[in-house]
Design a protein around this ligand. Structure first.
Ligand code: XMP
Ligand code: MG
Length: 185
């Protein structure tokens, strides 16, 4: 779905499909260099990271094994609760493996810092993070992120996997959601 089909639901397109694709290709080259010895296991965080994972994995010029977790820190709304629940766990044993977490967005950082520690505690050899988007001014915890697509302002964004109440994930671009859409919250 294209931004122009969504009328006044969106206030601004932050990054177009083409920009996202080009930036992801740059990140893939960095990842290939950093993991030249041994490809990492890509761990996608459902559901938001589905688009990033699909595009990143195909861009990488090595065997990209994928696994998935579903965690929840948000309800249907737009605010982080800080409470993380595992809704779906990994299928694979990550003991001794290099793990690259693939995420759509880092907002407060609470979800990712929890997830990183959780994966480290299972005996992963290394755990790094790749996120398409990050809101630096919204961070509440310090967290090292090795691969960042774009830093964005503190606005609620949708598209490229990111939803509001499960809608807008299939928007091709990343755009700011108009406040009137969620002002009834
Ligand atoms: P934290 O605050 O833990 O949040 O870093 C990470 C998760 O929160 C969701 N999130 C968003 N989803 N638009 C969305 O559609 C946003 O602007 C946004 N900010 C945070 C997302 O699921 C992410 O994994
Ligand atoms: Mg997410």
């Amino acid at each position: 779905m294209d931004a122009k089909q969504l009328g006044d639901d969106l206030t601004e397109v932050l990054h177009t499909e083409a920009e996202l694709r080009d930036r992801l290709a740059e990140l893939a080259r960095e990842i290939e260099r950093d993991y030249a010895e041994q490809p990492p296991l890509l761990v996608g965080v459902l559901k938001g990271a589905v688009m990033v994972m699909a595009d990143l994995a195909r861009e990488l010029n090595f065997h990209a094994q994928m696994d998935w977790m579903a965690v929840s820190s948000y309800g249907a709304g737009t605010k982080s609760s800080g409470v993380v629940r595992i809704l779906k766990d990994l299928d694979s044993d990550i003991t001794g493996r290099d793990v690259l977490i693939v995420e759509d967005i880092i907002d407060s950082g609470l979800t990712l810092s929890w997830l990183k520690e959780n994966l480290q505690s299972r005996g992963a050899k290394s755990v790094r993070i790749c996120t398409m988007l990050r809101k630096p001014k919204a961070l509440k915890v310090e967290i090292d992120v090795e691969y960042v697509g774009f830093d964005i302002p503190v606005e609620f964004v949708v598209g490229y996997g990111l939803d509001y109440a499960e809608d807008y994930r299939n928007l091709r671009d990343v755009a700011i959601l108009a406040p009137h859409v969620y002002s009834g919250e």
